[in-house]
Design a protein around this ligand. Structure first.
Ligand code: ADP
Ligand code: MG
Length: 290
């Protein structure tokens, strides 16, 4: 490879908002046949908002929101930010013994009460009887909301519904990737219902919900073992192991610093159409060299 055409290619990429960090990445892009994507913050805006609160027993929605927001104030997860934003009118309470479990949820003590907030698995892991939530008739989750479950003093007591919109550019990006013959696989830590909704809306080829960060890297390994050249696009701290495992790691410019540092390609504006542009650029550059 002549350094000059590579430099030109990288410069063109930068002009289009696609930062390609080295020659190897530019060379590899044209060979990518499978794109693995994270959902939250990659396909979606990553800025969810609370659209509903359902409570059990005597707890009011305001009480539930106060406890949840007080707890999430300490967390940096996008879902946490949504819960805190929904409680702007409330004066938050002090939390002691805060603890965050990656891909699952958060816990802490508020006014001598132990509070757990996260996905169903997180509450199950902590021995909560999540069967109590069945009376809330959440099964018709047709809007594809993400559900956050809360328990106070080991008692199931509230569910928060959060909605994260798909980025306007994502539909076109997925169509363009398909036209270019790239298979798109979505891996998300989110639940089946909301994952399915997003996958169906976008025409994603394959998806897996409830995936822990380390498992994302394993899925990429097995795709590679089947002979695929895999690019992984993600935005979060959680995605770092998967981004490192992929042949080409692609960070969303709107994402976390760790993601940006651990990848060979950065999409400055978080626009996935940049991947198709980078592949074209790679093809053109390599043709020039050969
Ligand atoms: P994704 O792969 O979609 O980026 P994560 O791995 O970050 O998702 O999180 C997976 C799931 O873990 C979330 O959908 C949520 O149910 C739960 N979770 C993670 N962090 C938190 C938090 N701070 N508060 C509540 N739930 C959380
Ligand atoms: Mg994410």
């Amino acid at each position: 490879a002549t350094p000059m055409s590579i430099m030109v290619g990288m410069g063109r990429g930068a002009n289009m908002g696609v930062l390609i960090k080295n020659a190897e990445m530019l060379e590899l892009m044209e060979k990518v046949d499978t794109l693995v994507v994270d959902k939250t913050g990659t396909l979606t805006e990553g800025k969810p908002s609370v659209t509903g609160i359902k409570t059990l027993g005597k707890m009011t929605t305001d009480e539930a929101l106060l406890l949840a927001a007080s707890l999430e104030k300490v967390s940096e997860h996008p879902l946490a930010e949504a819960v805190v934003n929904a409680a702007q009118e409330l004066t938050l309470l002090e939390v002691v013994d805060f603890n965050a479990t990656t891909g699952k949820g958060v816990s802490g003590e508020i006014n001598q009460q132990s509070v757990l907030l996260g996905n169903k698995r997180f509450l199950d892991d902590n021995g909560i009887d999540t069967g109590d939530f069945n009376s809330l008739s959440l099964s018709d989750n047709s809007a594809g909301e993400t559900l956050l479950y809360m328990a106070v003093n080991d008692q199931a007591c509230a569910v928060f519904l959060l909605k994260d919109e798909i980025k306007p550019s994502t539909h076109e990006a997925i169509d363009q990737l398909h036209q270019a013959g790239v298979k798109v696989v979505m891996l998300t830590g989110d639940q089946q219902g909301s994952a399915e909704q997003v996958a169906n809306q976008l025409g994603i080829d394959e998806f897996k919900a409830g995936v822990l960060p380390a498992e994302k890297a394993d899925v990429i390994k097995s795709l590679q073992a089947d002979g695929h050249v895999v690019a992984m696009a993600g935005d979060g701290v959680n995605d770092a192991p998967a981004l490192a495992q992929a042949n080409v790691g692609i960070a969303m410019g709107n994402g976390s610093d760790i993601a940006i540092e651990s990848t060979g390609v950065v999409l400055v504006k978080g626009d996935l159409r940049g991947i198709v542009r980078a592949r074209k650029l790679s093809k053109a550059t390599m043709k020039n060299i050969r």
